[in-house]
Design a protein around this ligand. Sequence first.
Ligand code: PSU
Ligand code: MN
Length: 303
Amino acid sequence: MSLALHISNNVQQALDSRQPVVALESTLITHGLPYPLNVETALAMEAAVRGAGAVPATMAVLRGEISVGISSQQIEALAQSPAGSVRKCSRRDLPIAIALKQDGATTVACTMIIAEKVGIKVFATGGIGGVHRGQPHDVSADLLEFGRTHVAVVSSGAKSILDLPLTLEVLETQGVPVLGYRTDKLPAFYSAHTDLPVDQRVETPEEAAAIIRAADALGAMHGILIAVPVPAEHELSAAVAEDAIAKATVEAEAAGIGGKDITPFVLGRVAELTQGASRAANIALLVNNARVAGEIAVALCRS
Ligand code: PSU
Ligand code: MN
């Protein structure tokens, strides 16, 4: 069986002529943000990538076809799809969605797999999955993907709804470099930093690109995490974020919410508890990360 893979013309042209390309995921559209903020944010991320001089490649599985560089109409359709109608696709879901011709939104893990397959080296998202609090065996497939897929992921660290120290440990075990973009401390998604040190601070897109290149030259088969703090004007104070996250986590447990539903539930509940402030932070960091990823992709192509 050959793989049903569709790459848009402009992404294919950019790849063929070695122009900078940035991968973007779709789970944040279908499961991370409500309509119409989801479509506005996805399009703003694409615009931020273009503004930096790179080509955005938003990914999804559409009726079983892996689609790289979906159109704004397709983004709009995903954004409006009724809850539960689009499969949240991580590594384990991908063959199922393809074979059964389902619609699927790509998580960080899934987007990394597809990006590597088509030769995209840089990917922007909000926060990667990690180890869930109080559930050391609920380890997001995102983390394990970092151990075996060679893509640089620009994010604001892991979502602070997670156990961040344990999340860093799992990355370390797998040999994944964690870079802080103009920061010494791991960003905490809604707030700019934790007290957890990153492996290396980088100041410029060129420095980040040089590390990606060195990993390439080593034949690295693992990812690189580039952690960018949320823009200061949209930052949530650590105390406010922490309070809402703790409440939402307890509620999730009491309601028996588990597996792939935990992250969407907690993100949604934290947004309610903070009267939308967490959502504003989430959107601001997504768009900012897309811009930084664009700049890094441009630097990578220059060298
Ligand atoms: N970043 C965001 N919002 C999101 C996500 C990332 O700002 O919704 C998604 C990503 O697709 C990531 C997923 O892979 O959350 C993590 O889900 P889980 O914890 O179930 O692995
Ligand atoms: Mn999980």
